[in-house]
Ligand binder design. Structure first.
Ligand code: TYM
Length: 343
């Protein structure tokens, strides 16, 4: 995993997506969005609200539309700038669905059967899950490859899907004798924010779908809620260790230190140099203050975007036009490579 070197041409193009399935949380912010904001200053970037992915499990029409709007507003509130990056909703760009079909004829059943996220989400009821949930990672590959993207910032949970995207790209290039047509996308999964765990159970990731709201910090939580949730976060009777090795086997403690490090943009070792030897009664309020300082401005901007729906619509429509302008020429070449006849 190498950081892309700054270039202005399409030699480097960053793509990533976020599902519109509920409120964004601190894991999404630290693992993905905060990184998108940095990357937009250095590279050509394309960021997408992936509503086609969301319908792989049942959704209510109004709720889905509202969530797409909320996540789009959250992109902007976190600092994504439509002047710098292309920001849009997936279903407004036809290339995603078309390429997903083509790539589903390239991907192999066995590759998809190995995807742990499908196994986790489908559980014991795999027979009753939608075909879309099974082929979800093919759509993810299509998202990336429709832009011939070279780098993909994501949290650690997306690693396997990214490996699959690389396999699909390589197989397409080989099967259709189109060497290097699709770049093999590099995942960007770095730093202590790449895997933020539940505040209630340090062995499972922080997730939108966790039934306990105390397990996560939502981007629109009030300062009081943030403080309360960190206060109740699970740790252990030992205090903050002096060295990173002292976090081994202590997943709750490790998670809080990782969150502090990611928010402060320092290493875990630096956090421990500052707090080592203290009790959690000292560390947790300091962590809550830091989180409030970082997240409150985002919550305020989110409220502003929610008050101006016309501006949000305008930004997203312009983003879809830009995304179409990039992906359609790629799709024209794909159709040619595959051999589709357009009379
Ligand atoms: P999604 O919507 O579940 O999550 C959005 C981003 O947030 C990251 N993330 C986390 N990072 C650290 N700690 C956590 N606890 C945590 N939870 C979530 C995710 O890794 C992700 O980067 N399949 C993707 C969406 C997608 C996509 C794409 C991503 C669709 N097409 C193409 C990249 C490229 C997903 O469900 O993310």
């Amino acid at each position: 995993m190498t950081e892309p070197s700054p270039r202005n041409s399409h030699e480097t193009r960053v793509f990533s997506g976020v599902q519109p399935t509920g409120q964004l949380h601190l894991g999404n912010y630290l693992g993905a969005l905060s990184k998108f904001v940095k990357l937009q200053d250095q590279h050509e970037c394309v960021f997408c609200v992936v509503d086609l992915h969301a319908i792989t499990v049942p959704q209510k029409r109004n709720v889905l539309a509202e969530n797409s709007r909320q996540i789009s507003a959250a992109f902007l509130a976190c600092g994504l700038d439509p002047e710098k990056a292309t920001i849009f909703v997936q279903s407004s760009v036809p290339a995603h669905a078309e390429l997903a079909w083509i790539l589903s004829c390239t991907a192999r059943m066995g590759w998809l059967e190995r995807m742990t996220q499908f196994k986790d989400k489908a559980g014991k009821d795999a027979e009753r899950s939608s075909v879309g949930l099974f082929s979800y990672p093919v759509l993810q590959a299509a998202d990336i490859l429709a832009y011939q993207a070279t780098h993909v910032p994501v949290g650690d949970d997306q690693k396997q899907h990214l490996e699959l995207s690389r396999d699909i790209a390589a197989r397409f290039n080989r099967d259709y004798d189109a060497p290097e047509f699709f770049p093999l996308p590099e995942p960007l999964i770095q730093g202590p924010g790449a895997r933020i765990m539940s505040l209630k159970d340090g062995s499972v990731k922080m997730s939108k779908s966790d039934p306990s709201d105390l397990s996560r910090i939502n981007l629109n939580d009030s300062p009081e809620q943030i403080t309360k949730k960190f206060k109740k976060a699970r740790t252990d009777p030992d205090g903050v260790p002096q060295e990173v090795e002292g976090l081994a086997g202590r997943d709750g403690a490790d998670n809080l230190v990782a969150i502090y490090a990611a928010l402060a943009e320092i290493s875990k070792a630096d956090v421990l140099r500052q707090f080592g030897g203290q009790g959690w009664g000292v560390f947790k309020p300091a962590l809550a203050d830091l989180a409030v300082a970082k997240l409150s401005p985002i919550a305020e901007r989110l409220a502003q975007f929610n008050n101006d729906p016309a501006e949000l619509d305008r930004v997203l429509r312009a983003g879809a036009d830009k995304a179409n302008a990039i992906s359609e020429p790629v799709m024209q070449k794909v159709r040619e490579i595959v051999g589709f006849w357009r009379p």
